[in-house]
Ligand binder design. Structure first.
Ligand code: NDP
Length: 447
């Protein structure tokens, strides 16, 4: 395969989609060798078929705000690939959402879902609607209008959406409610539902907990314990908060959080009480991390409009906010401060330059598609519980989550281990995920 020609062609065909092209370039570059090993892949033009989504559904979402004004947003669902199972992937509501971002996320999701060992294809959807600053009723009306357009395209064995940035339990509840109203059936379809109507225990915690389990597997390869280590976390949403909760329970020190307005750094780490306060500010009041800094000026510093990376001394970094939130300079600052492991909670939070720095420094570096796969894994377990109409205990789900994360780690090691012992988790994750999807696509013929 000529990687350069392939990427040049995609750039011409999709010129305004930088995030999508970035994600494709990372994968294609790392699987080029294995792709060339099996001529059948090229015969089936597999790479192009795997990189271009099966279909993209785009629609206008019209809704009425609390002042009676009619508002219009864009809605999307990218159904990327369903070679190994029904389309599966979250819905993002954020003002920055566009087709490029959703195509990158759906592409990544296909590889991530392949790694989970469960039968799920890849998809992603969303809207440039931002729930921030909207009333509950406005969010409800928007969610209903969004699903009014989407419900025909999804279903328990077709396409199963979930949450992502801006979409938590409240939004999933409103969307699932309207889906049920349109279809008159109670078949699951969305994951991340409330516990009273088909949700799985541990689903809210799963991405953050899963990332910490993945980190523990990585640390074990070098005989390092997590206890007492300083961990910088970014974001303060679902993934960040449950990452921090699990880290604290295992004796690590969490030294930072952030949101889109700025970052807080707590050099000695937050106490359990302080963490509970941050959790309450973010989940009960939908507040800002700056509120915590105002209450704790002695122990915490606030950096307005800045990310935490250049301001923290940490052993480990777990970026858990959004894509491209950690660039080359941030990576160099982290390495200089002694950071020896990075495990990504967000999707593609590190820029290509940052990834290059981490890999050159030979530190432990896990890409999001492996490290944050715990969320979609428990979504897969929620689908299994829904179809059997049973509820598993929290211990049972947590135990399965640990096993899945250990399995993903083993796949990365199997395909990413280099002479000398260094594990390239990017190549490992991409290769393992690619081979499974590719085999399934070939077995099912060209379509
Ligand atoms: P949330 O909406 O719960 O939280 C997102 C956090 O990131 C918030 O603190 C938000 O700040 C911050 N953030 C969002 N956009 C930006 C930005 N442009 N710049 C700086 N900060 C930003 O989302 P999640 O925690 O669910 O998702 C976080 C990441 O994890 C995303 O990359 C998502 O794709 C990924 N992920 C999520 C999974 C899940 O199960 N939820 C599963 C796998 C991956 P603010 O409050 O100001 O908006």
């Amino acid at each position: 395969m000529n990687v350069k020609l392939f990427l040049d062609d995609l750039r011409v065909r999709f010129p305004n989609e930088p995030e999508y092209l970035q994600a494709v370039e990372e994968v294609v570059t790392s699987i080029a060798d294995v792709y060339d090993t099996y001529p059948v892949f090229e015969r089936y033009n597999l790479l192009e078929r795997l990189c271009i989504p099966d279909r993209v559904i785009m629609f206008r979402v019209s809704w009425v705000d609390d002042n009676g004004k009619v508002r219009n947003n864009m809605g999307y669902r990218v159904q990327h690939n369903y070679a190994i199972g029904p389309y599966k992937g979250g819905i993002r509501f954020h003002s920055s959402v566009n087709l490029s971002i959703l195509k990158f996320l759906a592409f990544e999701q296909t590889f991530k879902n392949s790694l989970t060992t469960l039968a799920m294809g890849g998809a992603k959807g969303g809207s440039d609607f931002s729930p921030r600053g909207k009333s509950d009723m406005e969010v409800m009306r928007f969610c209903q209008a969004f699903v009014n357009e989407l419900w025909r395209q999804i279903g328990p064995d077709t396409d199963v959406p979930a949450g992502d940035i801006g979409v938590g339990g409240r939004e999933v509840g409103y969307m699932y409610g309207w889906y049920k109203k349109m279809t008159r059936e109670f078949t699951g379809t969305f994951t991340g539902k409330g516990l009273d109507f088909g949700g799985s225990l541990i689903r809210p915690e799963a991405t953050g907990y899963g990332n910490v389990y993945f980190l523990l597997n990585m640390l074990a390869t070098r005989g390092i314990s997590l206890e007492g280590k300083k961990v910088a976390v970014s974001g303060s949403g679902n993934v960040a908060l449950y990452t921090a909760q699990k880290l604290l329970s295992l004796g690590a020190k969490v030294v930072s959080f952030s949101d889109s307005d700025g970052s807080i750094v707590i050099p000695e780490g937050v106490s359990q009480e302080q963490f509970d306060e941050i959790f309450e500010i973010k989940t009960l009041y939908r507040g800002r991390v700056s509120e915590f800094a105002e209450r704790h000026p002695d122990t915490c510093t606030y950096y307005r409009r800045e990310r935490p990376w250049r301001h923290v001394a940490c052993d480990i970094a777990m970026p858990s906010a959004t894509q491209n939130e950690l660039d080359g300079d941030d990576a160099r600052a982290l390495l200089q401060a002694g950071c020896f492991a990075v495990s990504e909670g967000a999707n593609m939070p590190s820029t290509p330059e940052a990834v290059d720095e981490f890999q050159k420094a030979r530190i432990l570096y896990a890409p999001g598609k492996a490290a944050n796969a715990g969320g979609v894994s428990v979504s897969g377990l929620e689908m299994a519980q829904n179809s059997q109409k049973v509820r598993w205990t929290a211990e049972d789900v947590d135990c399965r989550l640990r096993d899945i994360m250990a399995d993903i780690h083993s796949q990365c090691v199997e395909y990413g281990k280099e002479d000398g012992g260094y594990v390239d988790y990017v190549r490992g994750a991409n290769t393992a995920a690619f081979l499974k999807v590719a085999r399934a696509m070939i077995a099912q013929g060209i379509m």
